[in-house]
Design a protein around this ligand. Structure first.
Ligand code: SF4
Length: 403
C-alpha cells in the first residue's frame, strides 16, 4: 500500500436531521463548529507522529480529499481555509488531487463556494435523494426538486465540472412512477455521477423506530415493499446505463472519467485516513493493514483531544483492528466484487498465494452455477442478479471459507 493516501474529513453538522438517517450527524448547532474545526485540525497535525508510534504507514502524498457528513457545505469559507491550510502543512496534496465536498441543495453560500474553489475543490456531491417534493418533505429534507435543479445549474455555471448526486430508492410514498421521475430528472440535469441507494430502514433512525413501534409521523406506514425497491434499483441501473452514466459499483454510476477516485480507494483497499467524528481509516501496518475508527459521539470525540484516536487505538480500547493476511484476502474479495469490473484473480494470487485462492474456488464455482458470479478473462465479478443480493453472495463465500 505504498501509494498516495486518500483523506476523508467528517463534518457532522446538519441543519435538520432526516428521518431515515443513522449517520453520526445532527443539528448540533453552528456554535459548535469552530471548536470542532480546531479539534479536527489538531487531529490532522498529530496524525503522522501517532501513526509512526503504532507502526502504521501514513504516506505524506495525498491524491484525494473528501469532505463527508453531515453537511460540510455548512462550514464557513474561513473554516475551510483553516482545514486546507492544516492539510497542506501535513500532506503533499497533489496538484491533480480530487477534492470533493458533500453539499445539501440550498446550503452552500456564495462565500463558501468561492473559498472552496480557491482551495482547489473540483467535485461536489449533492444530497438530492429525491426530486419529488412529497417524498422529500416526508423524510425531512429541506429542499424541493426545483431547488435541486437550480442548485445543480448554479454549480455548473460556477465552473464545477464534476457534480454528482445521491438518490434513494424506497422512500415513504415513493412509487415506480415517482422513482422514474427522480432518475429521469437526474439524467436531464446533466450531472456526471449518480449514486443510488436502496433505503435500509435502521432502528437507529426515527423512521426505523416508527416502523418498529408504529405511528404515522415519519411515513413508516408508507414505506414501499422490499421487492418493489429492488425492482426500482434495477430500473435505475437500466435508465442510467442507457443515458451513458455507466454503473461502476453496486451503487454508483458515472459518465466517462467521472467515477469517484476517492471512493474507489475503499473498494480497491488502497490506504485512506479519516479525520473527525466516526471517521474510519485503513493504513498499511505491521500486519497486512490496520483499520481504526474515531468515536461516533461528538462529546466523546471532542474529549478525546488529549489522547487522539491513534493513541486510543494503540491502547486497544477503540475499535481498532490489525488486519491479518486471511482477513485482507476476504476484504479484497468482497470490496473488489462491489466494483462492476470485479477482482483480478491473478492479483489475488500474487498478493495472497495459491492456497488461499484455491480455498475459495469451490464456493465461487457454486455462486457461478447459481448465476450470481461470473469468472472470465481472469476476473471474477458479480452478475446483475448477484449485485442485487451482494450480501448474500458474500456470506456464501464466507461460510464456505469457514467450513
Ligand atoms: S443531511 Fe445527510 S447526514 Fe444530515 S441528517 Fe440528512 S441524510 Fe443525515
Amino acid at each position: 500500500m505504498s501509494c498516495p493516501v486518500g483523506i476523508y474529513l467528517a463534518i457532522p453538522f446538519c441543519k435538520a436531521k432526516c428521518s431515515f438517517c443513522n449517520f453520526a450527524s445532527d443539528a448540533f448547532g453552528p456554535d459548535r463548529m469552530g471548536g470542532y474545526v480546531d479539534r479536527l485540525c489538531r487531529e490532522i497535525r498529530e496524525a503522522r507522529s501517532e501513526a509512526d508510534r503504532i507502526g502504521a504507514v501514513l504516506h505524506a502524498d495525498a491524491d484525494s480529499v473528501y469532505f463527508g457528513g453531515g453537511t460540510p457545505s455548512l462550514l464557513s469559507g474561513e473554516q475551510f481555509q483553516q482545514i486546507f491550510t492544516t492539510l497542506r502543512n501535513e500532506f503533499n496534496l497533489s496538484a491533480t488531487a480530487e477534492i470533493t465536498v458533500e453539499c445539501a441543495p440550498g446550503q452552500l453560500s456564495e462565500a463558501t463556494l468561492e473559498e472552496l474553489q480557491r482551495q482547489g475543490m473540483n467535485r461536489i456531491s449533492l444530497g438530492v435523494q429525491t426530486f419529488v417534493d412529497r417524498e422529500a418533505r416526508a423524510v425531512g429534507r429541506l429542499h424541493t426538486g426545483a431547488e435541486c435543479e437550480a442548485e445543480i445549474s448554479r454549480l455548473q455555471q460556477a465552473g464545477i465540472n464534476r457534480v454528482g448526486m445521491d438518490l434513494i430508492a424506497g422512500l415513504p410514498f415513493q412509487t415506480e412512477a415517482s422513482w422514474r421521475e427522480s432518475v429521469d430528472r437526474a439524467v436531464s440535469s446533466g450531472v456526471g455521477h449518480v449514486s443510488i441507494y436502496m433505503l435500509e430502514v435502521d432502528e437507529e433512525s426515527r423512521l426505523g423506530r416508527e416502523a418498529l413501534a408504529g405511528g404515522r409521523r415519519y411515513g413508516a406506514a408508507e414505506l414501499p415493499a422490499d421487492d418493489l425497491v429492488a425492482d426500482w434499483y434495477g430500473i435505475g441501473c437500466e435508465v442510467l446505463n442507457h443515458a451513458g452514466a455507466r454503473q461502476y459499483e453496486i451503487s454508483n454510476f458515472a459518465r466517462e472519467g467521472e467515477a469517484s477516485r476517492h471512493n474507489v480507494k475503499y473498494w480497491r483497499r488502497l490506504p485512506y485516513v479519516g479525520f473527525g467524528l466516526d471517521a474510519h481509516s485503513m493504513l498499511a501496518g505491521r500486519e497486512a493493514a490496520v483499520r481504526f475508527q474515531n468515536p461516533d459521539d461528538l462529546d466523546a470525540y471532542m474529549a478525546a483531544a488529549e489522547e487522539g484516536p491513534f493513541r486510543m487505538a494503540h491502547r486497544g480500547n477503540r475499535e481498532t483492528e490489525w488486519v491479518g493476511k486471511q482477513a485482507a484476502f476476504e476484504e479484497s474479495l468482497f470490496l473488489g466484487l462491489r466494483l462492476v469490473e470485479g477482482v483480478r484473480l491473478g492479483e489475488l494470487r500474487e498478493a495472497f498465494g495459491d492456497a488461499m485462492l484455491a480455498s475459495i474456488m469451490p464456493s465461487i464455482a457454486d455462486a457461478c452455477d447459481a448465476g450470481l458470479l461470473v469468472v472470465e478473462d481472469d476476473r471474477i465479478r458479480l452478475t446483475a442478479d448477484g449485485r442485487l443480493v451482494s450480501n448474500e453472495v458474500f456470506s456464501r463465500l464466507l461460510i464456505a471459507d469457514a467450513a
